[in-house]
Design a protein around this ligand. Structure first.
Ligand SMILES: Nc1ncnc2c1ncn2[C@@H]1O[C@H](COP(=O)(O)OP(=O)(O)OP(=O)(O)O)[C@@H](O)[C@H]1O
Length: 230
């Protein structure tokens, strides 16, 4: 299988006034198209930092990220934004839905931004909301939805552009265990159905073990072997 995303020798140090915090040290790995991987690490291990670097939201101090064979640091901001909007989807612990818009409008938003007509965008958004089991909640605003429903809207929004890659940062961290598991398996099932590559970062070993491959992040180093001591 082809590599969709390659991290080459990534290091990240934050400079905060006088002090330096080394967060990632020479992290290298590849993710094949269609693969589901988890990056497992305890709090503060650098998971979000790594995810932001992979998604082009932050830059490494050293090393580079290749997406579809292209080094993302060599892209013009306009081209990187286009890739981020059309080929990547992001899901966070908190849903980040827009409160004044309905579920349907929230999910249609990435398509509208991409220049698709309102009628087509709403048609696609409706299909995606049906896929996550929310056909009966199209007109509800986020405040009128449960936590699990909001996260399902966020999943629909991340997948509506049919991105090549979905990146999720503790996507169920804000939900109770049972709802979290249900939302997670939905996310995995839809990614499989759409043949989407899926990277999740989490501290939750149970969730991580549901993926094809688990990488562990410890003291800034990534290990391919699952580490029972985490
Ligand atoms: N902008 C920043 N400036 C300085 N230090 C930072 C910055 N962002 C993150 N850090 C530090 O880098 C380390 C890794 O942070 P990161 O958010 O990547 O960890 P994480 O594994 O996602 O943690 P959590 O599971 O708690 O969200 C932490 O020690 C954090 O305090």
């Amino acid at each position: 299988m082809e590599d969709l995303l390659v991290c080459q020798d990534i290091s990240k140090t934050y400079h905060d006034g006088e002090s330096d915090t080394a967060v990632l040290s020479n992290v290298s790995f590849s993710v094949s198209a269609g693969e589901h991987i988890a990056i497992l690490g305890s709090s503060g291990s650098g998971k979000s930092t790594l995810l932001h670097i992979m998604g082009g939201l932050d830059t490494p101090s050293k090393g580079r990220v290749l997406f579809n064979g292209k080094a993302i640091d060599t892209l013009k901001p306009k081209d990187l934004n286009k890739i981020r909007n059309q080929q990547m989807g992001f899901i966070y612990q908190f849903h980040h839905l827009l409160g004044e818009f309905s579920a349907l409008e929230n999910v249609a938003m990435p398509l509208l931004i991409g220049g698709i007509s309102r009628s087509k965008a709403e048609e696609e958004a409706k299909k995606m909301l049906e896929l996550v089991g929310l056909a009966h909640r199209l007109e509800h605003k986020p405040a009128a939805l449960s936590g699990g429903e909001r996260q399902r809207v966020a999943i629909a929004r991340a997948l509506v552009t049919e991105p090549k890659l979905v990146m999720a940062d503790e996507p169920t961290g804000n939900l109770d265990h049972k709802t979290g598991l249900a939302v997670y398996s939905l996310l995995k099932d839809i990614s499989r159905k759409l043949n989407t590559t899926f990277i999740v970062v989490t501290h939750d070993r149970e969730l991580a073990n549901k993926m094809d491959r688990v990488l562990t992040l410890q003291d800034g180093h990534l290990q391919a072997l699952d580490n029972a001591s985490l």
